[in-house]
Design a protein around this ligand. Sequence first.
Ligand code: GTP
Ligand code: MG
Length: 186
Amino acid sequence: MKVEFLGSYREDLPKDHFKEVVFVGRSNVGKSSLINMLVGEPVARVSKEPGRTRSINAFLLEGRIKLVDVPGYGFAKVSKAERESWKRLIESYFRERRQNIRCVFVLIDSKVGPTDLDKLMIEWLRHINIPYKVVLTKTDKASQKELSKSLELLKVVGVNEVIITSAKEGKGKKELYRSILEVVEG
Ligand code: GTP
Ligand code: MG
């Protein structure tokens, strides 16, 4: 797959006309790894320490689809000021790119299941009326029981369709790609 790094932003978001899909989720949930799995090269920076991605990073897939990696939420060790700046960045990003965003992929750890912040993110996306899809990550680390539990908890909050992935095993790559094409072309 052809992919190029477009840039890293903290403010002055670009004003291009690309259609874009966004990857959000808890810090350390595997956003950057999932993007790398999808494109087949390590374009996004992956780290063992949570809270690594501090800015918005954008990649261009096949010269036409923008993939956006946003900083994760819910990392306990950040100051109130950092949380505020995260909120400002995310809100201005969604406001400025509303017309370009085709779908937000909300990543949830399959072993942990949906956290309160994940549910809040889903509620907020529903509220601002932006299409979203839920992706379960790191299934290689979850037992069948944990995975079923996560799916069940998602159903409780009205999420019935889930893309199941493992960046480590390359699982769900086709489904994710298909889903991106669907939202961009559909
Ligand atoms: P932030 O940028 O800090 O918000 O994190 P992120 O959501 O981008 O997570 P990242 O992709 O950096 O991965 C965090 C850690 O989880 C790294 O140590 C990855 O190697 C690991 N990881 C990511 N995906 C998988 C997976 O599918 N399976 C396993 N076992 N580990 C994974
Ligand atoms: Mg990251």
